[in-house]
Design a protein. Structure first.
Length: 235
């Protein structure tokens, strides 16, 4: 597990982004390499073949890819609010800023759907298989992250709709830094405790069924995040 203790304050989030992106890239490469060299019979996989924890299951790959997209998104946002143009507010009239805001709104919608699937389907399946170790931890982190994500999404959408202002920019910047600090650590927790261990946690057939179900329901818009209290920005 990567040691990012203390980064929830936001002070080290920029360095964490760089380290964690390298970690994701290395893990993805390792998974692909191991998959290419596994014997064909094992790749199709009887239930006994759970020895290679670094090779992600089918559902693990789906969740890992989403985690990577979330990481890229929040790091891009954090780089914008803490980087060179920090003195200039995010401006939807600027093509790069507008693209970033649109990506952020879409990505935060995906994050809330992602969390809803984990809590309604994945974590109960892991618990039913006999491991309840991380259910409470993951759910508690979701409770912290989701209002932060909803707040940032609201401010981003309002900026797209109304344009920028000093008040909106200040709220956006603070919300982005706070979410980045919490989300990066949460992604680390899920990768290490669940995603990389799914082959040990649930049966391969169930893993396959859940992966197919998640992709189908997500595509059809059938996964509904829990209602959140909205924080209204003022500009």
């Amino acid at each position: 597990m990567l040691g990012f203790a203390g980064s929830r304050s936001g002070e080290n989030a920029g360095a964490v982004c760089a380290i964690w992106r390298r970690h994701f890239t290395k893990l993805t490469y390792t998974v692909a390499l191991q998959h290419a060299h596994r014997p064909k019979a094992k790749r199709c996989g009887a239930g006994n073949d759970r020895a290679i924890m670094a090779f992600l299951s089918e559902l693990g790959e789906v969740i890992h890819e989403e985690h990577f997209r979330m990481l890229v998104m929040i790091c891009e946002v954090e780089n914008r609010v803490k980087g060179a143009p920090v003195a200039a507010p995010v401006d939807p009239a600027n093509a790069d800023d507008r693209a970033l805001l649109i990506k952020l709104v879409d990505g935060l919608d995906e994050l809330l759907v992602h969390n809803a699937f984990e809590e309604a389907v994945l974590l109960p399946a892991i618990a039913e298989a006999g491991d309840k170790t991380y259910m409470g931890l993951i759910a508690e982190e979701h409770i912290v992250i989701e209002p932060l994500a909803a707040r940032l999404r609201e401010v981003a959408a309002e900026t797209l709709d109304r344009g920028t202002s000093f008040a909106l920019w200040t709220t956006f910047r603070d919300a982005a830094i706070e979410l980045a600090a919490n989300l990066i650590l949460h992604l680390e927790t899920e990768e290490v405790t669940i995603v990389q261990k799914l082959r040990l946690l649930i049966d391969p057939q169930l893993d396959h069924e859940l992966a197919r179900r998640y992709l189908r329901d997500r595509c059809r818009g059938m996964i509904k995040p829990r209602p959140l209290i909205q924080h209204h920005a003022h500009g």
